[in-house]
Design a binder for this molecule. Structure first.
Ligand SMILES: NC(=O)c1ccc[n+]([C@@H]2O[C@H](COP(=O)([O-])OP(=O)(O)OC[C@H]3O[C@@H](n4cnc5c(N)ncnc54)[C@H](O)[C@@H]3O)[C@@H](O)[C@H]2O)c1
Length: 363
């Protein structure tokens, strides 16, 4: 990886972990990005790596990422393993001089995430490499639009936020999602982190002061729960199936976070609501709530403004990859900074700790 030449030449990308997110998001994302060649894949399951390489015509196949990282011509690496392998794979790739886009959650916990940031600081001094985390929701059309409204002061001082990632029945029935040791937790660390990251970014990353959280496991250990997303072993399920939290910030603002894989609600929903002194906002569908000239007023883009663009967040994987490649080429900051993802991990730790102790946790 050479910074001086990254600006114009073809960049070579490698993937560590060739499961669902690699095949469904990262590989198509690199394919949709000009000037990037998919060069190598690695999976501990050889057949999976080989099948992915054949399907996407990727020339080099590995079962050990340390071997893959020895390729001097490899520039950028996506870490698409389950969370238990994020830290070591990311640190190895950073220390091999590669740019790294690691999937969410950043790591199993804040301590691991801190080790990754520390390793990046060390590697960056030598290689100038970029590091980012897969919080692609920030690239969603509505999210980008709302960020512009907020930057223009349309909401004023934001003091209340509500972020929800709620599924009625959607426990991931593949991989290691229901294992605390391998996934770090359940819906909070899986989908709650997206909602949390998006809200923190929109709120301008205020410094968290304290967290009160509650977690529940009401379904995971029950047999035969209706779940169109697959099955799991109720004997070994040891993560939460819902988590709710109130995060209080140093600037006085609060954020209410709600997440579940399985909850008895009418329908699954993702939503971000922000309320400020000059206006409020709802992300999906995009609406701004204000008061003007003696009346309350909703600002809603006409239907045609969103035609063909899907719902908020859907087209954002390719934009995430393109944004990361742009940061490499232009030697600029990626949209998701490692320290911001570290803060998400620390808040998640605090929610779990609060859920266990029943007390608020100071940050
Ligand atoms: N950004 C998003 O919206 C989004 C969506 C889905 C999944 N994810 C995240 O992506 C990651 C992977 O999820 P998935 O659904 O693709 O999981 P998966 O189980 O389908 O795939 C993971 C792959 O990693 C491989 N692997 C495990 N350890 C490895 C190692 N040390 N070296 C190489 N390969 C290894 C496994 O064999 C497996 O093939 C998780 O962190 C998950 O939370 C993110």
């Amino acid at each position: 990886m050479s910074e001086s030449t990254a600006a114009g030449r073809t960049l070579r990308a490698g993937i560590i972990g060739t499961g669902g997110i690699a095949s469904g998001a990262h590989i198509p994302g690199y394919q949709a990005t000009a000037g990037v060649e998919l060069y190598a894949v690695c999976d501990v399951i050889r057949e999976r790596a080989t099948a992915t390489a054949e399907k996407f015509a990727i020339p080099h196949v590995f079962t050990d990422y340390e071997q893959m990282l020895k390729l001097p011509e490899l520039d950028v690496v996506s870490v698409c393993t389950p969370p238990f392998a994020h830290k070591d794979a990311t640190i190895a790739a950073l220390q091999a001089g590669k740019h790294v886009l690691c999937e969410k959650p950043m790591a199993l916990n804040g301590l691991e995430a801190q080790a990754m940031v520390d390793a990046w600081h060390g590697a960056r001094a030598t290689y100038g490499n970029k590091f980012s985390i897969g919080f692609q929701s920030r690239y969603g059309r509505n999210a980008q639009q709302l960020k512009r409204f907020i930057a223009a002061g349309e909401l004023g001082e934001i003091y209340y936020g509500r972020a929800a990632a709620l599924r009625r029945r959607g426990v991931p029935g593949w991989g290691v999602f229901t294992s605390k040791a391998k996934n770090g937790g359940g819906p909070l660390i899986d989908i709650g982190v997206h909602a949390l990251d998006l809200a923190l970014w929109l709120m301008g990353h205020p410094q968290p002061a304290s967290v009160y959280g509650v977690t529940y496991r009401k379904f995971g250990n029950r047999p035969n729960v209706f779940n169109p997303w697959g099955t799991w072993d109720p004997q070994t399920y040891d993560v939460e199936d819902a988590a709710f939290a109130m995060i209080r910030f140093g600037n006085g603002a609060v954020l209410q976070l709600e997440c579940s894989w399985v909850l008895n609600i009418e329908r699954s929903m993702s939503q971000t609501i922000l309320c400020g002194t000059e206006g409020g906002a709802q992300l999906d569908p995009f609406k701004i709530f204000q008061e003007k000239h003696g009346t309350i007023l909703d600002v809603i883009p006409p239907e045609r403004a969103t035609e063909g663009q899907g719902r908020a967040g859907e087209p954002s994987y390719a934009l995430e990859i393109q944004g990361f490649i742009k940061a490499i080429r232009e030697d600029s900051d990626p949209l998701v900074l490692p320290e911001q993802a570290l803060m998400v991990s620390r808040i998640v730790d605090a929610i779990y700790a609060s859920g266990e102790s029943g007390e608020a946790v100071k940050l």
